[in-house]
Design a protein. Structure first.
Length: 375
């Protein structure tokens, strides 16, 4: 009995110690409150509590090099001019090791990297912030006979989709594809797709629509962060040519049209994608010319020939929106596609922006073409 009581007492002490350890992660007023990043008067200040460190620097994707930080009372800080309105990523370099900002809950995932976000308010970034009426982002699993695995995709349904008043309402669908290195979370994490659609729909600038964001890596069941086994099939084998695109059009589209309240007609289907996903967009539209009435390749890694463009023209495509940055390494390919579209008399938009192969452009493109869909 005494032994049992001793074990029970020890367990209580251990639980108390663990609880105290967890509680120490919270600030109850006994420690200095650190704010980072802090925007004020056209500048931004970054702070990191790291009394143990000897050298701390700020690294950001808008900076030309790492910026030294200074220590005072155990807190490292640096104040710099605020960049123009956009979403930027940054981290600290502590004694040569990259460290995220523990005070900033805003992060995005790029492959297997998690990076802090600096969101600079302004006209350009207004659609990237949360609005009052928000849609729902969910994950759905489907079986792919073509790829031979069970796979996950991300689905955005607009505000009001779940409302009883809209129980019989059907919606158009945008199939939104990521680029190389991305997955089914790329557009919602780095692209702010849900926030952009929420803002456009709330303001009456875009039609309420469902947005489907599949995983464009045919060997993956889902994002690598789930730790799931990948397929060992060699999708570079010519026997598997366009396997993912065929799965998209022959499996994903029917799956979505079965699981969601969708207008299952070409005039209610749009497809868009960036980089590799732009190539998938071009391939899907040329292999299945009568499937999508709205086609939007962005910084696309791909092209189409005269015969394929004529097939699209015959199918009666309502919008062909081609976009690319003028310093993008794929810009010349987009110019070639623009010339092919023009030569074949397919009415289209060639939207050119400054900058290169970046999310800053792809977010802008989504804001630009989404209001043109399903009109």
């Amino acid at each position: 009995m005494k032994k049992a009581l001793a074990v029970f007492a020890a367990s209580l002490l251990m639980a108390g110690a663990l609880s105290a350890q967890e509680l120490s992660n919270f600030n109850f007023g006994g420690r200095q409150q650190i704010v980072s990043p802090e925007i004020a008067d056209g500048q931004v200040t970054f702070r990191l509590a790291a009394d143990y460190a000897t050298v701390v620097q700020l690294a950001g994707n808008w900076l030309e090099g790492a910026v030294p930080m200074k220590k005072e009372n155990g807190v490292w800080s640096v104040t710099i001019d605020l960049p123009s309105p956009e979403i930027y990523t940054y981290n600290f370099v502590v004694d040569g090791v990259s460290v995220n900002d523990p005070q900033n809950y805003m992060v995005q995932r790029d492959g297997t990297r998690y990076l802090n976000m600096l969101m600079v308010p302004g006209e350009r970034t207004a659609p990237y912030f949360e609005t009052d009426h928000r849609g729902t982002v969910t994950y759905k699993w489907y079986d792919s006979a073509i790829l031979g695995i069970n796979r996950r995709l991300t689905v955005y349904t607009p505000y009001g989709y779940e409302a009883k008043a809209n129980a019989k309402k059907k919606y158009p669908v945008l199939y939104l594809l990521h680029g190389a290195g991305g997955d089914e979370e790329a557009w919602s994490s780095m692209g702010r797709a849900a926030q952009i659609l929420d803002n456009l729909i709330e303001q009456g600038k875009a039609q309420p629509m469902i947005v489907v964001m599949p995983n464009g890596n045919p060997n993956q069941q889902a994002a690598q962060t789930l730790g799931l086994k990948t397929s060992d099939v060699n999708f570079r084998d010519p026997a598997y040519a366009n396997a993912y695109v065929r799965s998209l059009c022959e499996e994903i589209v029917p799956f979505i049209e079965k699981e969601f309240r969708v207008n299952a007609k070409p005039e209610s289907r749009a497809i868009a994608g960036l980089s590799m996903g732009g190539g998938h967009t071009i391939s899907a539209s040329t292999l299945y010319p009568a499937m999508f009435d709205y086609i939007c390749p962005l910084s696309a890694a791909g092209s189409a020939n005269d015969e394929q463009i004529q097939a699209l023209k015959k199918a009666g495509v309502k919008l062909y929106f081609l976009a690319c940055g003028t310093s993008d390494f794929l810009y010349e390919g987009s110019k070639t596609l623009d010339a092919t579209l023009t030569k074949n008399g397919l009415d289209h938009i060639f939207y050119q922006s400054e900058g290169g192969h970046t999310w800053a452009n792809w977010r802008l493109y989504l804001q630009t073409f989404a209001p043109m869909l399903f009109k």
